[in-house]
Write a protein that binds this ligand. Structure first.
Ligand SMILES: Cc1cc2nc3c(=O)[nH]c(=O)nc-3n(C[C@H](O)[C@H](O)[C@H](O)COP(=O)(O)OP(=O)(O)OC[C@H]3O[C@@H](n4cnc5c(N)ncnc54)[C@H](O)[C@@H]3O)c2cc1C
Length: 483
């Protein structure tokens, strides 16, 4: 057998000819009846066969370069091919604290898979499916051992926000011997992994498992505490004695529309719709979100990203009959994951491009929306995002009848901490200003990462930035600063 170090000596030609293992999804009728994951996990045989297609490009492989977390994908695939799934899982866990999550939600078609050399001629390796398979395998076969911790440093670190950025930072810091406490505003840790991404994309028990594992590692979780409201950031530092803080507070404030009728009933913000719409166990919901959502037959979702797609698919699971996405640009400019959009269409959602609402109507005057005035758009010059700007076509208004409307048009960070913490500087959209090398904010000892510094992004980017900030915090706490 070729040794790992010699894997570049393998013959590539026969591998190029191997057929890819098709990705599996549950039948549409079956998956619309529940909120279980839609994707079917690879079997051991399938994972091995898929991994054996890897050409093991010379280091650094393009897939590795494209992974924001720096997973050594080629090395892991080598062990998967040989059937050593535990070793492969260990390789992923060396760099990624959440491989079972990334293996389910990473948009690999824009990162590792799109950079796989096989994507030029054949289908790229299903890197995401393999990562999920080996991480699941390890949990189920002996579990994930706790890493050896460095001796206690006597330093206390507060992590604000238990999303992927906070989770990643907490693990790195706990392993380095710091005393870590995570403060979370919601009743359970996870951030958007719990209170955003639907359970048909991501089994929420995986986050519960990770939280338990972190607690075994010594990380403390304090939930239902909104820092800046329940306790100020300065009180955490001065009264509770935290030596450093990580802000992983995400971008949880939803954008709305300034058009007539926006305040009518049955016009929902996306997160409210997703979490009350069956994707989160009731026990994990805050009191004011526990009332289940009862929706009508016709649902309109406004927006074109992943969140919009998730709302379409949730509406279908709530048994809406006509579920339509209205997007103001064309498919070419749509920011969301194509694969997920395909699943939504398969499940019965429709997409209307180049259309946006200009007014919500309440014709029967019961306080709830029952129709929308829409306007058609055409594309103009590119805007600052580089995408062509939608321009309303004069006189093209038309009306659409609806029972419920969901707004999925964007997010920005909560200004609370910036407003309640002296000298903590924010910039455009309320993002925390940071030192690009260390992730330290304008306040010494306070670091930030994830969506709170980039705006709405991805789980892999939040993990990478939580890890980077944790390294910055460790350095701050252990290395004397230069005079
Ligand atoms: C509907 C939806 C679907 C998505 N789907 C995908 C996907 O398929 N793949 C993908 O890669 N990405 C997806 N994303 C994006 C991804 O979820 C985020 O980029 C990622 O979760 C950001 O991580 P974070 O840790 O920075 O913030 P978050 O996950 O938002 O976590 C921040 C946490 O901080 C808490 N918090 C905020 N303020 C305070 C405070 N003052 N005190 C205490 N706690 C506070 C919040 O309650 C929250 O729990 C999706 C996002 C949404 C909304």
């Amino acid at each position: 057998m070729t040794r790992v170090e010699d894997k570049h000596l393998i013959e590539q030609k026969p591998r190029v000819r191997l057929d890819p293992i098709p990705k599996g999804y549950r039948a549409v009728d079956e998956r619309l009846e529940d909120y279980e994951e839609c994707a079917i996990c690879l079997t051991a045989e399938e994972a091995m066969a898929e991994a054996s297609r890897c050409l093991h490009c010379p280091d650094p492989a393009t897939c590795y370069q494209a992974c924001p977390i720096g997973n050594d994908i080629s090395e892991a695939l080598w062990y998967v091919e040989k059937g050593d799934f535990i070793k492969a899982a260990e390789i992923y866990r060396k760099t990624n604290p959440l491989p079972e999550i990334c293996g389910r939600v990473c948009p690999s078609e824009t990162t590792c898979a799109s950079n796989c050399v096989l994507s030029k001629r054949e289908k790229p390796i299903n890197t995401r499916g393999i990562e999920a398979f080996v991480a699941d395998y390890q949990r189920r076969h002996g579990g994930v051992p706790l890493p050896e911790k460095e001796p206690p440093t006597g330093k206390k670190v507060a992590i604000i926000g238990a999303g992927p950025a906070g989770i990643a930072a907490s693990e790195v810091l706990a392993v380095k011997g710091h005393d870590v406490t995570v403060f979370e505003a919601y009743p359970t840790p996870g951030g958007l992994l719990v209170y955003g991404i639907p359970s048909f994309k991501l089994d929420k028990s995986l986050i519960q498992w990770k939280t338990d594992w972190l607690q075994d590692l010594g990380v403390k979780f304090v939930v239902n505490v909104k820092v800046g409201e329940t306790i100020s950031l300065d009180d955490l530092i001065e009264q509770e004695g935290f030596d450093a803080v990580f802000l992983g507070t995400g971008a949880g404030v939803e954008a709305t529309m300034r058009i007539p009728g926006i305040d009518l009933g049955r016009i929902y913000q996306s997160i409210d719709f997703l979490i009350r719409g069956g994707n989160v166990p009731k026990a994990w919901l805050p009191e004011h979100k526990k009332e289940p959502l009862i929706i009508g037959k016709r649902v309109a979702v406004i927006g074109g990203g992943d969140t919009a797609t998730d709302c379409l698919r949730t509406s279908l699971r709530l048994h809406a009959e006509k579920v339509t996405c209205y997007y103001r640009r064309t498919e070419a400019e749509m920011p969301g994951n194509k694969d997920e959009r395909k699943r939504a269409i398969e499940e019965g959602a429709e997409i209307v491009y180049l259309s946006a609402p200009v007014e919500f109507l309440d014709r029967d005057e019961d306080g709830n929306v029952d129709a929308m005035v829409m306007i058609r758009m055409e594309l103009g010059e590119p805007d600052e995002s580089g995408r062509r700007r939608p321009v309303p076509v004069e006189g093209s208004e038309y009306e659409v009848e609806v029972d419920d409307v969901v707004l999925a048009i964007g997010f920005w960070p909560d200004p609370l901490l910036g407003e309640t913490t002296p000298d903590l500087e924010t910039q455009k959209w309320g993002l925390f200003k940071i030192n690009q090398w260390t992730n330290e904010t304008s306040r010494e000892g306070i670091f930030a990462g994830g969506d709170a510094i980039t705006g709405p992004a991805l789980v892999n980017a939040a993990i990478a930035s939580g890890k980077k900030a944790a390294e910055g915090i460790h350095k701050y706490l252990t290395e004397p600063s230069l005079p």
